[in-house]
Design a binder for this molecule. Structure first.
Ligand code: ZN
Ligand code: ZN
Ligand code: FE
Length: 743
């Protein structure tokens, strides 16, 4: 076959693609060259087996690579006798950085075998190791990472320079002679002895150890030791929010029921925390009232060594003060975590980027927190967005995340936390500067939520350019469309958007909506009958407040008096009657709270956002009946469910059965209305979005009730406000394209 030039596009830099091409060329007797440039990887090749060579580029690509396209053209220039890795061409502003990747099987074996890296906690190669968390800037090479402080020794350099080695151009390559060092310290003093053994001794003794990881510090303790768990919760002042766990696979098998899909997700190079069914073998304090546990596999060599020596399962919760961002610096850790930790497992490699662990579910597939291992991955924009301007979208308030659009790709940034917290708001500001610099992004359009009180909205308005203001639930809908590659001209869809809060175009707070629309606009076709939020924000923290107003609406004030006899019911009713601090809302999140409180779940102050709803989901029975909402003139009205619930409780129906019936009723009501829009030809599909769809039961029941209509769901971006910025960006881009068209 004649010589060809080949263009490979996708995530093909910093993942060992050039040595892979080099090795393939050796194997197939190909001569030519390969190089990196702004567009990805370029190849010029000649030989009898060029055709097979081209096919293998996509089919046999390295683990961390993602090949989007392989384009082949005739080539007439000179080629060398052998095959060479040529110098990079140009300074590619598009050069992509891959996310951090869990220790690969080869490296995991190497640290356990005799050799110079036996027991070395910072072993990595081209197929694994830190990436985004050690990066200061582009291009991605060692000088631009926190590994710059560790000059390579001769042995590491030889590996780094050999195309046949799996460490060829692995920027963080290191060994005990030249790389980062591990130590264990107590009260600021380094302790003599093997740091891993010392940490394990502290953990076995019921102590709490702060461990420096990839994107921040964790606080660890023995998950099987109820006293240690209680101590950790008391010190962290975190009464009930579930704690994440880490263990080797056999240890995780003993405490959870792992399906095939769960295992596949756990073993993904992103190594997220995966929510899986619990066997109930651990102390209840790990995840009070929950039917599932958040577990992950070791993802650094340090984790492997620690778990080898420890043997069991460790609590690995983020090292921070409640609500604040995770601690990253050594001095910061000493200052902030001293009150929590009995010892520190430290190292001298700096963390350039703070990144939490990602939280995901395999069944049904969803991502609840998008962070380490997933960013800075990009999503291709759907058809019709060609020529869109560069957009910066700033997201929501409770789960901050930003999104950048450029050259047909969307980059949804990492989870930034609750922007009500001053330090999280500061992180938000840094993320905007950081991502913009990293991706050479010059925003032509700024997109923000329409809520004037959100910090992100205020930041966007202060940027000195006109900001596109986008209604919260329209952004949720568009986020689901964009993730699913729904074309710009793809027609309208029915969006079931269920969440806690968000400003609607009528000035009230929305959250239980059936929208009909696309990227350019959306109208509300059905919604939950609104109820007041007595006390405003306090209504989101105290479920009984929502139960009171819903029962009063259903003319069951007497029952509310009985249920909440110990609470200031009269004061609240007065405030509602006068309309004092009691804004109307169609929030589905608050309806969940109300129903939970009526069943006696968490009626007072919730320990964390969403606790009552999560407990209600956890309690629900596997199969059961339904509670019927009333449907009239676009209103999906919960009034009838309360009397039905009261009668059922009086008749001895169990709370788990009623919890299930509530989910079923809500799913049936919204799915039925959405299905009608599709059947009438007004909508081409149904999209599910909003934080309530993190509830796996509601998700499943809604899918079942929708039956055979096409459905779009979130799988790789969060349905919650962590995915909001993607929708904002898509809407702003669509509007800009429409304006340009009409000029
Ligand atoms: Zn490796
Ligand atoms: Zn070395
Ligand atoms: Fe939302």
């Amino acid at each position: 076959m004649a010589p060809v030039s080949i263009r490979v596009r996708g995530q093909v830099q910093g993942v060992g693609f050039r040595p892979f091409v080099w090795q393939l060329a050796q194997e197939m007797g190909i001569r030519g060259r390969v190089w990196n440039d702004a567009e990805g990887v370029g190849i010029e090749a000649a030989g009898d087996r060029v055709e097979a060579f081209v096919l293998a580029l996509g089919a046999r690509a390295p683990a961390l690579a993602r090949v989007d396209a392989v384009e082949v053209a005739a080539f007439a220039g000179d080629l060398p006798e052998g095959f060479e890795i040529a110098a990079s061409r140009g300074r590619g502003a598009e050069t992509r950085v891959t996310p951090d990747a869990a220790t690969c099987a080869d490296c995991a074996a190497e640290i356990r075998a005799p050799g110079r890296r036996k027991g070395y906690a910072f072993t990595n190669c081209t197929h694994c190791g830190p990436r985004f968390t050690i990066l200061h800037g582009l291009p991605y090479d060692r000088a631009q990472t926190t590994m710059a402080a560790f000059p390579m020794c001769a042995a590491c350099r030889a590996e780094y320079e050999s195309p046949a080695d799996r460490r060829f151009h692995a920027q963080p390559v290191a060994c005990p002679d030249c790389g980062p060092r591990l130590w264990f310290e107590v009260e600021g003093a380094e302790q003599p002895g093997d740091p891993v053994a010392l940490a394990v001794a502290a953990l076995r003794g019921g102590g709490i150890v702060a461990i420096k990881g990839l994107g921040g510090f964790h606080l660890a303790c023995d998950a099987a030791n109820a006293d240690a768990v209680t101590l950790l919760r008391a010190r962290k002042r975190r009464p009930s929010k579930p704690l994440a766990l880490m263990g080797h696979e056999p240890a995780l098998q003993r405490i959870t029921r792992l399906g095939e899909a769960d295992l596949a997700l756990l073993r993904d190079p992103a190594a997220p925390i995966v929510l899986v069914p619990s066997r109930g073998a651990l102390p209840d304090g790990i995840a009070p009232g929950m039917a599932s546990l958040g577990v992950m596999l070791p993802y650094t060599p340090l984790h492997h060594l620690l778990l080898d020596a420890f043997g069991g399962v460790l609590v690995m919760t983020s090292g921070n003060l409640s609500g604040e961002p995770q601690v990253v610096g050594n001095d910061e850790a000493r200052a902030k975590l001293a009150a929590f930790a009995d010892g520190f497992l430290m190292n001298d490699r700096d963390i350039a980027r703070r990144l939490d662990d990602s939280v995901e579910r395999a069944t049904p597939p969803m991502i609840l927190r998008r962070a380490r291992g997933r960013v800075p991955g990009t999503l291709p924009l759907p058809q019709g967005f060609e020529g869109a301007p560069q957009v910066l979208a700033l997201g929501g308030q409770m789960k901050g995340a930003i999104c950048l659009l450029k050259n047909g790709q969307a980059l949804l940034g990492h989870h930034l936390g609750d922007l009500d917290d001053a330090l999280c708001a500061e992180e938000f500001g840094k993320a905007v500067v950081d991502y913009s610099a990293l991706f050479d992004h010059r925003a032509e359009v700024i997109a923000v939520d329409a809520h004037p009180g959100y910090r992100a909205t205020q930041a966007g308005r202060a940027m000195g350019r006109p900001a596109a203001e986008i209604f919260h639930h329209h952004a949720h809908l568009a986020s689901c469309l964009a993730e699913n590659g729904w074309p710009l001209g793809g027609g309208k869809v029915a969006g079931i958007v269920l969440d806690g809060t968000g400003l609607g175009p009528d000035g009230t707070i929305w959250g239980g909506e059936l929208l009909l629309g696309d990227y350019l606009g959306a109208e509300r076709r059905a919604w939950l009958t609104p109820a007041p939020l007595p006390g405003g924000d306090r209504a989101a923290r105290e479920p009984w407040r929502n139960a009171l107003v819903r029962l009063d609406q259903a003319l069951l004030a007497g029952w509310a008096d009985e249920l909440f006899a110990d609470r200031p019911v009269a004061v609240l009713r007065q405030a509602v009657a006068k309309g004092v601090n009691a804004p109307l809302s169609s929030s589905a999140g608050r309806l969940f709270d109300a129903f939970a409180a009526v069943l006696g779940i968490c009626p007072g102050t919730q320990g964390y956002e969403g606790e009552a709803a999560m407990l209600l989901e956890a309690m629900a029975e596997e199969e059961g009946s339904t509670l019927s909402f009333a449907l009239q003139d676009g209103l999906i009205d919960p009034v009838p469910i309360w009397a039905e619930t009261r009668a059922a409780l009086a008749a001895g129906v169990s709370r788990p059965r009623l919890a299930r019936a509530f989910h079923q009723g809500l799913a049936t009501a919204f799915a039925g209305a959405a299905r009608d829009l599709v059947k009438r030809g007004e909508a081409a599909a149904v999209a599910l979005s909003g934080g309530c769809f993190q509830n796996a039961l509601l998700h499943e029941l809604t899918l079942r009730a929708l039956g055979d209509v096409p459905v779009l769901t979130h799988r790789v971006t969060p349905a919650n406000d962590g995915g909001l910025a993607l929708g904002q960006a898509a809407i702003a881009a669509a509007r800009a394209l429409r304006r340009a068209e009409s000029l």
